[in-house]
Design a protein around this ligand. Structure first.
Ligand code: GAR
Length: 196
């Protein structure tokens, strides 16, 4: 089976990207990471991609006049590389409705909370402020509404007494590194088996 040609969009450290790169080393995992796009030139994830021999691009939102132009540049890059599946992995830009609609059913995101709780930024702080005892992470399809698409998978982690944003974020991140490759693998497999 030919692997699903996948792009990963990042803005920072790229530890989830690394988890996907590691998963892709397994021939049986159905996605192949063909392109990494960052909106930040200094994102460490770019180094991770280069080390793995994956094509990288920096598309800096500040170089574009508005969200539509930025999203069009990303779309052009994805088309140029014949990308079939897009994975957002710590990509901290809100995408336009046109872009998400174009990629409907072909774009996944990982979010550091148990959606539908704590959408948007600082999800870990939102969980701490709310006093919940369980949080976690969610992989979902991307739709025009922020952090709102159909859920592919979730993983729960405890919120411990004395947790800070940092300690809770690290515990959630460890769960993300397991969940995202599982979900991307499952979804890419479905695309090959049931996709048009
Ligand atoms: C991860 O915790 C991811 O869930 C979160 O950013 C972090 C990126 O870490 N994403 C969001 O908050 C998106 N709303 P990474 O760059 O090390 O993968």
């Amino acid at each position: 089976m030919q692997k699903v040609k996948t792009a990963v969009l990042i803005s920072g450290s790229g530890s989830n990207l690394q988890a996907l790169i590691d998963a892709a080393k397994d021939d049986a995992w159905p996605a192949g990471i063909a392109l990494v796009i960052s909106n930040k030139a200094d994102a460490y994830g770019l180094t991770r991609a280069e080390r793995a021999g994956i094509a990288t691009m920096v598309i800096d939102h500040r170089d574009y006049d508005g969200r539509e132009a930025f999203d069009t540049a990303i779309d052009d890059a994805l088309q140029d590389h014949a990308i079939e599946l897009v994975c957002l992995a710590g990509f901290m830009r809100i995408l336009t409705a046109d872009f998400t609609t174009n990629w409907k059913g072909r774009m996944l995101n990982i979010h550091p909370s148990l959606l539908p709780s704590f959408r948007g930024i600082n999800a870990q702080k939102q969980a701490l402020d709310a006093g919940v005892k369980i949080s976690g992470c969610t992989v979902h399809l991307v739709t025009p509404d922020l952090d709102d698409g159909p859920i592919i998978g979730q993983s729960a982690v405890p919120v411990k007494d004395g947790d800070t944003v940092e300690t809770l974020s690290q515990r959630i991140l460890a769960a993300e590194h397991v969940l995202y490759p599982e979900c991307v693998g499952k979804y890419a497999g479905w695309m090959r088996e049931y996709g048009g």
